[in-house]
Design a protein around this ligand. Structure first.
Ligand SMILES: C[S@@+](CC[C@H](N)C(=O)[O-])C[C@H]1O[C@@H](n2cnc3c(N)ncnc32)[C@H](O)[C@@H]1O
Length: 236
């Protein structure tokens, strides 16, 4: 029986530790989103290229980072998640995403996937991501918009249907407007391009009926629920 915890309490990830890599487990959507995040990353530009994965969880980006040729460093607060990340080839660092004990410019790429909607100061996370990134490096973020539609889709409906978020994992008061992250990144030398994305409706329906296969995330004209952003750090 899970503990009764407040919405967005990070200890929920300890209780959900067995769900990360369980086929069709409670984090199945995060696997689909990780693939969409990886699609925005360039292949590793050199042999020792480093990807810093902020809030790496149990390392769902690991297969993608390996395929693209990165050394994968993962930062998270939750030890059982980091232990699993390590088993998948991630070099784990237990730290807060606003205070990462790594040098300025150490990363060829930084991802901050599905974390900005969990923290009180998402702009501070973006600033930290930009600090870690070397000039010319790539930043990829994805998060949930601060809209009524996102609250309806992700929380009111999403927490009740298979493939949706585990109940209580989000606090919708922390959802993030795109302008917050775009402006924060711009202040730190990264011009972000924002795109909405969503699960393929046909594949989602097939998955809900058969629980087989994967669901591709596809671009959406609307950023009202989920959105991704990508940009490179200026060389000057
Ligand atoms: C929704 S999960 C996303 C995990 C991963 N990025 C993915 O997409 O599979 C959010 C993650 O953020 C971590 N987290 C929450 N607050 C954090 C903080 N302040 N510093 C570091 N990690 C944090 C949680 O432990 C959890 O692993």
């Amino acid at each position: 029986m899970p503990r009764a915890l407040l919405r967005n309490d990070v200890r929920q990830y300890e209780d959900l530790r067995d769900e990360w890599w369980r086929p069709n487990g409670k984090f199945v959507t995060l696997h689909w989103i990780a693939a969409a995040r990886a699609a925005l990353l360039p292949p590793a530009p050199h042999d020792r290229a480093v990807l810093v994965d902020l809030a790496c969880g149990a390392g769902l980006m690991a297969p993608h980072a390996a395929r693209l040729g990165y050394r994968h460093v993962g930062v998270d607060l939750v030890t059982p998640s980091l232990e699993q990340a390590r088993e998948h080839g991630v070099a784990p660092i237990r730290a807060d995403v606003t205070q990462v004990p790594l040098a300025d410019g150490c990363a060829d790429a930084v991802t901050a996937g599905e974390i900005l909607e969990h923290v009180p100061d998402p702009a501070a996370v973006v600033a930290e991501a930009c600090r870690l990134l070397r000039p010319g490096g790539t930043l990829v973020v994805d998060t949930i918009n601060a809209t009524a539609r996102a609250r309806l889709v992700v929380v009111t409906i999403g927490e009740r249907v298979p493939g949706g978020a585990p109940p209580g994992i989000h606090d919708p008061r922390l959802f993030v407007r795109p302008s917050v992250i775009v402006e924060a990144a711009a202040r730190h030398g990264v011009r972000l391009t924002v795109t909405g994305f969503r699960p393929s409706a046909r594949q989602m329906l097939r998955w809900m009926i058969t629980r087989r296969g994967t669901v591709r995330m596809v671009p959406s004209r609307s950023t009202a629920v989920l959105y991704q952003a990508v940009g490179t750090k200026s060389e000057t």
